[in-house]
Ligand binder design. Structure first.
Ligand code: EPU
Length: 427
């Protein structure tokens, strides 16, 4: 078990380069299954979710070659197994993308049902509805989701909730289906567009990704491609907020500023300076931070995956702020840990009320999920004294070399191994 030890109170300064997007990679790696030739993926983030997805492909018979730290050549034409067992699927929720990819390619997939925690209930009814509309039979038995179709045929799919995962899974299953598929009320996140661009670069016919109506005309063959994954908007936003919370001055590079608009707009309201360039943003603070209200929504709204980080920043702002979670039913579990650091936050259902105290104190805390971990790192960087964060494997699922990048910005953060039996959880 590893933990981060942070000595806080140092303003971050310098330049940080953002890695490829976790949630795009989580879909594009399984999407390689659909290709009838080998593909090369570039700008792949070095995170444990990626290692798990690559491992899954390998276990299924694909050939996975590491070209360098962020580039892989994957030949999935040798896959000979359509089953993703629980032991693999439980490690990565996005294993549901193997359902759409295997179904689209082979007409059959059997993938362990993803778990619920830690953001509350995480149903997949919309995914199954989309597969059924395309002609697949979907069954659940002993924790496994089984989807099978003799032939997949294009159809009209209306999503009852705006769901990133369902939108991408419907695209994956439809890309080789016969005829036209129309997805209505589709998610518009940048990674949905990235998956569509990746598939189109192989010869798919997908139009409208990035809007709420996506049209897919099925094709028979998808050729190999070399594709570079988009930068991670959430990693970028996390560093922007870390810069603001420590009252530093950081230039965040390898970003698409358009993807950061909702985050930038809120930071400016809080009193943070943000200057946009073509492929970078500079973030600095030279005045007081002030309260604001935030509600998370599907793109282009404020992203739920930035909610814990912005709530942490608001503990340093003057006045009372309100943060409303509009996507997940249980995404405030990190608040108890922030309270250990002196934050004054009360939560009622999906609303957190934050009394800005202007300061936090270092304390031992535990990451309960990926973005909670990111929020605690921000808190530790800006707090006085030492913060020790346990369960950082959550952070390593989705942030590429977080502590290395922070050290390069001047932070005092080290990763330490906790001798087994001595973690707070184990005692
Ligand atoms: N939903 C349903 N039924 C479904 C699918 C979703 O009711 O069949 C509901 C969910 O319960 C939720 C809402 O729809 O209330 C949105 O869920 P969505 O399907 O969009 O989430 P997801 O695809 O499972 C992805 C990201 C999450 C991110 C959400 C929302 C990946 C691998 N995960 O999850 O990322 O919070 O979209 O933007 O892409 C993270 O990176 O920390 C993370 C949790």
């Amino acid at each position: 078990m590893d933990k981060f030890v942070i000595k806080g109170g140092i303003p971050l300064r310098g330049t940080v380069e953002i890695s490829g997007a976790k949630n795009a990679a989580a879909a594009i790696i399984p999407a390689v299954i659909l290709s009838d030739e080998a593909c090369v993926l570039e700008n792949v983030p070095a995170i444990s979710d990626v290692s798990i997805a690559l491992r899954m492909l390998y276990e299924m018979g694909a050939q996975v070659e590491t070209i360098n730290r962020t580039t892989y050549r994957i030949d999935a034409t040798t896959i000979n197994n359509y089953v993703v067992p629980y032991e693999m699927a439980r490690k990565m929720r996005a294993s549901y993308y193997f359902l759409g990819s295997l179904l689209g390619k082979f007409g059959h997939a059997r993938v362990s049902m993803p778990g619920g925690c830690p953001l509350g209930s995480r149903p997949i009814d919309q995914h199954l509805k989309a597969f059924s509309s395309l002609g697949a039979e979907c069954t659940l038995d002993h924790g496994m989701v089984d989807v099978a179709a003799e032939n997949l045929s294009g159809s009209q799919i209306y999503l009852d909730v705006v769901s990133v995962g369902t939108t991408i899974n419907a695209i994956l299953a439809a890309v080789k289906a016969k005829g036209l598929t129309i997805i209505e009320n589709a998610a518009r996140e940048p990674h949905v567009v990235d998956v569509a661009n990746f598939l189109n670069s192989m010869g798919a016919d997908i139009m409208g990704a990035g809007t709420d109506v996506i049209k897919i005309r099925g094709v028979n063959y998808l050729r190999g491609t070399t594709y570079s994954i988009i930068p991670d908007q959430i990693e970028a936003g996390t560093f922007m907020i870390a810069a603001a919370a420590t009252k530093g001055d950081v230039t965040v590079t390898n970003v698409i500023p358009k993807h950061l608009e909702a985050i930038t707009a809120k930071l400016e309201k809080i009193g943070v300076n943000v200057m946009e360039y073509d492929e970078s943003v500079r973030v600095w603070v030279d005045g007081p931070l002030v309260k604001t209200n935030v509600k998370t929504q599907p793109h282009p709204g404020f992203p739920t995956d930035m909610q814990p980080q912005i709530a942490t920043l608001l503990t340093f702002a003057e006045g009372t702020s309100m943060v409303t979670e509009g996507i997940w039913e249980d995404r405030f579990r990190y608040v108890d840990e922030l309270r250990r650091m002196g934050a004054d936050i009360s939560v009622d259902g999906k609303v957190a009320v934050i009394e800005g105290t202007g300061k936090l104190m270092g304390a031992p805390v535990r990451a309960c999920d990926l973005r909670a971990g990111a929020a605690l790192i921000i808190a530790g960087l800006a707090a006085s004294g030492t913060t020790e964060i346990e369960d950082i494997y959550h952070v390593e699922r989705g942030y590429d070399s977080m502590e290395v990048k922070l050290r390069a910005l001047g932070a005092d953060i080290v990763k330490k191994t906790i001798p087994s039996g001595l973690s707070r959880k184990a005692i």
